[in-house]
Structure formats: C-alpha cells, structure tokens
Design a protein around this ligand. Sequence first.
Ligand code: ADP
Ligand code: MG
Length: 367
Amino acid sequence: MAENVKVAVRVRPFNAREKSRNASIIIDMSGQTTEITDPENPKAEPRKFAFDHSYWSHDGFNEREDGYLEPAGAKYDDQQKVFEDLGKGVLDNAWKGYNCSLFAYGQTGSGKSYSMVGYGVNKGIVPLACEDLFRGISAKRESAVKDEEYQVTLSMLEIYNEQVRDLLNLKTLQKGGLKVRQHPTKGFYVESQSNWPVDSYDEINNKINEGTRNRTVASTNMNATSSRAHTIVAVSFVQKSSNEAGQNMTKTSVINLVDLAGSERAESTGATGDRLKEGSAINQSLSSLGNCIKALADISQGKKKVVVPFRDSVLTKLLQNALGGNSKTVMIAALSPADINYEETLSTLRFADRAKAIKTSAIVNES
Ligand code: ADP
Ligand code: MG
C-alpha cells in the first residue's frame, strides 16, 4: 500500500557565528506545528507548516559531564528522542523486510550530520540504529531459534561533483568516478561498488568511520569541515529462516542513510573558484532532487502525465527507489533558528513540505 514519506524538522542551538551577530530566533514549534517569522516583517503572520515530527533542539538542555546534551525540561528533544521516533521505526521496518531510506536535508551547518551520525557521545541515528540492530541480532541468536541466520553488509558512497566514489574501496576511490548503471528491474546501481560483511556494532562502526575519513571535505564560510558532497551509507540486512513446513525463507532489507550536501545557494557561502564550481554541481544535483520531489508530489496529488526526472543527476538516480519506489522513507530537515538564515530556512521548510506529499509503495522483500 502506498504510504506518505514521513517528514521531521529539527532546530539546533545558535552557533558561534549567530551568537556573535546577536541573532534572534525566528522559529517556533508547538506540537506538530512549526512557524517561521520573516525578520524583515516581524509583525506579519508567521508562516505555518505541519510535519510528522517537529524537534526542538535549540534550548532547554543540560550538558552532562561526558558532553551529552540532555533535556533540562520538557521542551528539548535530544538524540535519544529522535532515534526513538525515527530510527526505531526504520529498524522495525527492516526486520519486517522492507527497504528503508532516511535522509537529511538542510543548509550547511544546520545539523544534518548531527542528526544522522552525531558527534562524540551525542550519537546520531546511524550509530544508534546499528547498535540496536546488532543488539536485536544477538538476542535472536541467544534465544537459539534453530535455522535462523542473520547477515549484515555495508557499503558507503559519496557523490561529489556528479562523480560517485566508493568510500570503502581505496583502489577505485583513487581512480575517481564509478559508473552508474541501470538494472532492468531493480533500477540504478553503482558498478563495482564494494560490500563489506560486518558482524558486530564495533565492526560496522569502524567501517563507517573509515569511510567518513575518506570523504572529500573542504571549508567554506559556513562550516569549517562541511562536506560538499552527498554521503550514502547502505546497510543490507538479510534474515534466513525456515517456516513451519520446513521451507527456507529469506527476508532482505536495504537501509539507505543519506546525509545530503548543504542546500544553500553558492552565493551565501562566499565561495569562489573551485569551491564555486563544487557549489554549482551540488546545486545541480539538489535542484534535480527538488524537481523529482515536486513531480512526485504532483503525481501523489493526482496530476497525470508527469515525468519524474530521476535521470537528471547521479543523486536522483540512486535515490529513485527511496523516493518513488519500493521503500519506506523518512526525511529529516535540519533548521537554523536564526534570523540571518531566514531565506535558507524558509526554503528548507518548503522543500520538506513538498516531500510530505510523496507516496512510496514498499513491499516486503521475501522469497
Ligand atoms: P551539517 O551537517 O548540516 O553541515 P552539523 O550537523 O555538522 O551540520 O552541525 C553544525 C554544528 O551544530 C555542529 O557543531 C553540531 O554539533 C551543532 N549541532 C547541530 N545540531 C545540533 C543539535 N540538535 N543540538 C546541538 N548541537 C547541534
Ligand atoms: Mg554535515
């Protein structure tokens, strides 16, 4: 059955730049409603949006001795809360044999990586989900149900200037772009992409850290170590068992975890030269993503004869299933709370609002 893409928004604390410029807060959240005020027009009615989840991570937290940011009152949503809502749901679906996709959208420095991967003890959805997955597998193994087998494999890709790089294969990484091919039934895939079997949380975590170190990073005014690339972590989960009649059953799920490059326009990062070229390639890729999302939203609202331009960029080819096919999909839109980022934040909210309308039809992958 077709189901809407689930959309969450999350607002982070002020960063140093916003504080030094005495920024004021223009986002307000209550329940599922997120409001944004135009700082040039503070008396005007704020724009209202409704999402599946609105996470307030701006203030109301305590920094624990180990550095973990925990709620000091009822208002603050910490990493655990976001994981409980979004990560747990993804895992439940993976156990059932659905493909799942979770992607983070927003301008550079808005908190995409914080939510997806996290920093230090403030682990994000990816490590928390990996921990939970292997905890679940251990429990199943210990409960000693006979003839059950669990296999997890990992791959990690980066899309940088419309080139695909395998972050876990140094040989092809140095050679540069890998080819994206189309399978007659399964859709687009990356040729000679490496796939690594992993059998514990430590193994998968080490592998993800290795891939993270191999990413292309460059500095812009917005964020010193911001990635100018899209990163896709894909976890494949295979469950083998036999049913009461003694037949072998295999359930497969691919979990795609996507940390998108910053959605800002090139001008606002002060980019020049090479950085600007990267900026425009990122915009090309993200603008095709925007076009696909618009087309998919139109189709979901009953519009006929709409062509979804998946072929327009590498990113949209690889996200085709996540957006319009066999996948249960969640998007988290990361927001700056500050007046100085009004235009970008409003554009992120509009993007997230369109994504809400999209429907995907996930099926259980069982054979
Ligand atoms: P992005 O990946 O979108 O470029 P980051 O996730 O790296 O941005 O976040 C930028 C900075 O803001 C980081 O220093 C991060 O620790 C901080 N930050 C982001 N989101 C939160 C949050 N929810 N709570 C606390 N700090 C956050
Ligand atoms: Mg990031």
